[in-house]
Design a protein around this ligand. Structure first.
Ligand SMILES: [Zn+2]
Ligand SMILES: [Zn+2]
Length: 85
């Protein structure tokens, strides 16, 4: 049996290519602290279309990104995103 024909494994190179083209990149959202309306950051909206409130793009306390459109509380520090202090 000849098992010497395996391709050379380059963990650094494969890691770099995976980073540049991440198919499962986390979608981030902006959240309205007044009405809890969430929009993906790719939409480019910065203010709520309902009430003109400036959208949060991260937790005001710990700056964790908002990764769920249904987020009402920060998943890292538990801050109420609808009523930031
Ligand atoms: Zn709103
Ligand atoms: Zn937080």
């Amino acid at each position: 049996m000849d098992s010497s024909s395996e391709p050379p494994d380059d963990p650094a190179g494969s890691l770099d290519s995976a980073t540049t083209s991440a198919p499962t990149a986390a979608v981030r959202y902006r959240l309205c602290p007044r009405c809890a309306r969430a929009v993906p950051t790719t939409s480019g909206e910065r203010y709520c279309a309902n009430d003109g409130t400036r959208l949060l793009d991260a937790c005001p306390q710990c700056h964790a990104p908002i990764t769920s459109p249904y987020a009402r509380y920060c998943v890292r520090c538990g801050t109420d995103l609808k009523h930031p202090s």
